[in-house]
Design a protein around this ligand. Structure first.
Ligand SMILES: [Mg+2]
Ligand SMILES: [Zn+2]
Length: 178
């Protein structure tokens, strides 16, 4: 029975600052609202699943291994706050590859639904760009645009319609848990 719930999280601009960190882990900055927000969501029983497009791999700017190193580093930072990310779904492809896993395609969310027995209609996709919101729409989740990262710009362009707009991850958690 698919009855479990998850929060799907974009990475850059939502959990961590969207900066050029390659090879410099000390430049990886967590958006501070993410620590408490993820802890609250995890305590409420939500799986925490990161879904990230990392086309820098396909473009040759960095390697898949570099991405894994950043995720291990994020795990360490979150662990210090009692938060555990359940899974990272990474699309490493170039946009021209026309792969199945690049957002806004819903494949990663559907794979996660099978793996974690999720009811996608009770899940949330949180992101700062139209591709995140459209991924949620395509998978049948509820969608939240956060105004961190590129979120304010995305809202101003109004090319996508999220179910909710939240100032940051904590405000997103407030809405989910209300
Ligand atoms: Mg982003
Ligand atoms: Zn892909």
């Amino acid at each position: 029975m698919k009855n479990k719930r998850a929060v799907f999280l974009d990475r850059d601009g939502v959990l961590m600052e969207d900066t050029n960190y390659v090879g410099q882990l000390d430049r990886v900055g967590i958006i501070s609202a993410a620590f408490t927000a993820l802890k609250r969501l995890q305590q409420a029983g939500y799986k925490l699943l990161v879904v990230t497009n990392q086309s820098g791999v396909g473009r040759g700017f960095f390697t898949r291994q570099d991405v894994e190193v950043v995720h291990a580093h994020l795990d360490k930072l979150f662990d210090a706050h009692g938060v555990r990310i359940d899974r990272y779904y990474v699309c490493p492809h170039h946009p021209d590859d026309n792969c199945d896993c690049r957002k806004p395609k819903p494949k990663s969310l559907r794979d996660a639904a099978k793996e974690f027995d999720l009811d996608l209609s009770r899940c949330f996709m949180i992101g700062d760009r139209p591709s995140d919101i459209n991924t949620g729409h395509n998978a049948g989740t509820q969608t939240i645009l956060v105004l961190t990262g590129a979120g304010a710009e995305t809202l101003a362009e109004s090319k996508t319609k999220p179910d909710h707009v939240a100032k940051d991850m904590n405000a997103a958690a407030d809405w989910i848990l209300a």
